[in-house]
Design a protein. Structure first.
Lengths: 135, 265, 313
């Protein structure tokens, strides 16, 4: 797995004026800020459950072996209201995930930033047309 | 506005004021309107009075976990299944027997998971029906499970759910509810009777006087059963003056069972 | 002809007044609050320091502020490699905080006290807040699930009164004679509110969402809730005790809006009661099931992470 050197974006101080109840969930107790990771793999299975959707991907290592990783994402309810269903992420879709590794050493990461291989953000464009996503 | 239009408007306003039934007093025990908005009045606090949550099929009295003596042992029951047989396919019948052997830990009720439909109906706790016209909400106390029963066309469910996806219509005085998209992880009872994600349940709620609802549910599941089968039982209105819906948030009671192995030694 | 028209107009006006300006009613005559609603808003609970003496913004100021909040709230723009980045968890598409401040352009949801800030905390409440923050810092080495708050344990996902949060800010209100039901998407509970003057539950029976009693004051549903519990981290609102008293007011102001206000009082927590207002807006979507505890792998992972790092002190 290559560690990505993520270019620092012009820092937007994301503190005092951020909406309330922002980081309520204790993600930093689950994922390790010191272990950023970048994964590329094909979707094997998606669990559209709460509180977190889980996306299981097969990652091909440089030596050709396959490793299964679990990627934690957000609530599917938000996506359903945007018009997505469980067909939104078909098995076999190739995705790229930037996130942080699980603190307990298991092959899990949070989907901090999920894109298609061409760089487009995952789950863009829906029947509801979510303009805020087009960046 | 022309005079004729004014008159029509006035008549319309007058009509809307006298439409519908007068509300009965809200307290339990006081007289209740028999009908609301043209339909039977199912509003209120209801409870099943059977032994079905232990086993929906006829069964003798049985021990519970033996370290508790007779405390959590099980009473006999005549069952709620018509024909007293759940028509399992052979591999499914074997799975049910395995579930039964492991039931003290494998039963999703032990983990305070939402019970699904129809088990939520006959768990031995009072549940509340709130009957709006576009939606009917049923609140069950165990695990704070709730359902919204849609009376208008809301389309298909985007995914599966523990309490399924409920769409209903009236057939005369019977509320007929079609429940689809239940996840496969719920059981019908503590005896390990189960289903797959293909389960379809059709419920029928029919009033029998003011204080009884005759409840029926037909189960169809081509992956588990050889044919549809049906349960039938009365639901009784809770009549105590101070009866009210109460929380049964059992998550804290289940955490040792679920996470105990991760407790710091 | 003219006299007849005027007479008819008065009759119409009288009828309109009797019906509360065309207020929509249930078939049995209660004001109709039914439908699917969202309380999401970007307006903060407390007035930010930058708006210290400005309770309401002009239209131009509001537009600029709203734009800035939406930009700052877009989690697809944030600094990687920080704890905050980890806590922001996912792409923007998974969040649903809305993109609007309140329509009346107030700078805080709090309307009383007039400075838009939560009143001073009692020393005991300050201590509770401090202890909770310490407990939050210690989650990485949690001994058990009891070290986490009710949110992480999926017991309730925020105490009442509920504010606008990261997602699922949705409610279904259904009414029947003598009852109002509010089903909260977060987390699938239904608040059953009996109407009338029955006494509350006895004080030994506490509930995570308290015990509610409602009545109508004109077109406003007034709900009083007591019997809260403080038995777990996060189980009370803003570090209150279990004796907090909550009064909520729901008034339907249009087909698509409910004016929602709450007043909380607890002398063991705040030096005076305080009130906030946030609108509930109708949404055209549906409520979906949020089976939190059933899928709570996060808590399992956090505990296994704590155990994995037990020796690395």
């Amino acid at each position: 797995m290559k560690l990505t050197h993520i270019a620092t974006i012009a820092a937007l101080a994301f503190a005092a004026t951020a909406p309330a109840a922002l980081a309520h969930h204790s993600f930093s107790a689950e994922f390790d800020v010191n272990k950023p990771i970048k994964l590329q793999g094909t979707v094997k299975r998606v669990q559209w459950i709460n509180p977190h959707t889980w996306i299981w991907i097969d990652v091909k290592k440089p030596d050709g072996t396959i490793e299964e990783w679990g990627v934690e994402a957000g609530t599917p309810n938000t996506l359903f209201r945007l018009g997505f269903t469980r067909e939104a992420l078909p098995v076999g879709t190739e995705i790229v995930v930037s996130g942080y590794e699980a603190r307990d050493g298991a092959k899990r990461a949070n989907g901090r930033d999920m894109t298609l291989p061409d760089g487009r953000k995952l789950l863009m464009g829906s029947s509801a047309g979510n303009d805020a996503q087009s960046k | 506005m022309g005079k004729a239009t004014l008159v029509v408007f006035v008549l319309a306003l007058t009509a809307s004021q006298t439409n519908g039934q007068t509300a009965a007093a809200p307290q339990a025990g006081a007289a209740r309107a028999a009908r609301v908005a043209g339909h039977p009045n199912f509003n209120g606090l209801w409870q099943a009075m059977t032994e079905a949550n232990w086993d929906i099929v006829a069964h003798p009295a049985r021990p519970g976990p033996t370290q508790f003596g007779a405390l959590f042992s099980e009473p006999a029951g005549v069952g709620i299944v018509e024909g007293n047989e759940i028509p399992y396919q052979p591999q499914a019948a074997a799975k049910q027997k395995e579930n039964f052997k492991n039931r003290w830990t494998a039963d999703p009720e032990a983990k305070c998971y939402m019970p699904g439909v129809p088990r939520a109906t006959y768990m031995p706790f009072p549940f509340q029906i709130i009957q709006g016209d576009k939606e009917i909400v049923i609140a069950y106390p165990f695990a704070s499970a709730s359902r919204i029963i849609h009376m208008t066309d809301v389309g298909e469910s985007p995914a599966d759910a523990w309490m399924g996806w409920s769409r209903a219509r009236w057939e005369g005085d019977t509320l007929v509810v079609n429940v689809t998209n239940q996840i496969e992880d719920t059981w019908f009872d503590r005896a390990g009777n189960f289903h797959s994600d293909q389960l379809n349940v059709v419920e029928r709620y029919t009033p029998v006087g003011d204080n009884v609802i005759q409840y029926e549910a037909t189960m169809t599941d081509p992956k588990v059963f050889t044919r549809p089968w049906k349960i039938s039982l009365p639901l009784y209105r809770r009549l105590e003056k101070n009866a009210q819906f109460l929380e049964f948030k059992c998550v804290p009671f289940s955490e040792e069972l679920i996470y105990g192995h991760l407790r710091k030694k | 002809m003219r006299a007849a028209t005027i007479a008819t107009s008065f009759v119409v006006l009288a009828l309109v007044v009797v019906h509360g300006q065309g207020q929509s009613k249930t078939p049995w005559g209660d004001p109709d609050l039914q439908g699917t609603w969202s309380n999401q808003t970007l307006t903060p609970l407390e007035r930010p320091a930058q708006f210290k003496d400005k309770p309401v913004l002009t239209e131009a100021e509001a537009a600029a502020y709203e734009k800035r909040l939406v930009e700052q709230g877009d989690v697809d723009n944030r600094t990687p490699g920080t704890v905050q980045d980890v806590n922001l968890a996912y792409n923007q598409v998974w969040w649903d905080r809305g993109n609007k401040i309140v329509a009346d352009r107030r700078t805080s949801l709090i309307v009383d006290p007039p400075d838009g800030r939560i009143p001073a905390l009692t020393p005991a409440a300050q201590k509770r807040r401090e202890e909770d923050r310490k407990a939050g810092d210690n989650e990485k080495s949690a001994a058990s699930w009891l070290d986490f708050d009710v949110y992480s344990r999926c017991i309730i996902r925020s105490a009442l009164p509920r504010l606008s949060t990261g997602y699922n800010n949705n409610y279904e209100i259904v009414q029947s004679p003598g009852f109002v039901a509010i089903m909260q998407e977060q987390m699938h509970e239904t608040r059953i509110i009996p109407l009338g003057n029955q006494p509350h539950l006895t004080s030994t029976v506490r509930q995570w969402l308290g015990d509610s009693r409602g009545h109508w004051e004109g077109n406003t549903l007034v709900v009083e809730t007591t019997n809260f519990t403080d038995e777990a981290r996060g189980s009370t609102f803003q570090y209150a005790t279990k004796n907090m008293r909550l009064v909520e007011r729901f008034t339907r102001t249009s087909d698509r809006t409910i004016d929602y206000q709450f007043t909380v009082s607890d002398p063991d927590t705040w030096t005076r009661p305080w009130t906030a207002k946030l609108p509930w807006n109708r949404i055209d979507g549906l409520i979906y099931e949020y089976a939190c505890h059933e899928g709570n792998l996060g808590l399992e992972h956090m505990l296994s992470a704590a155990r994995a790092t037990d020796d690395k002190k």
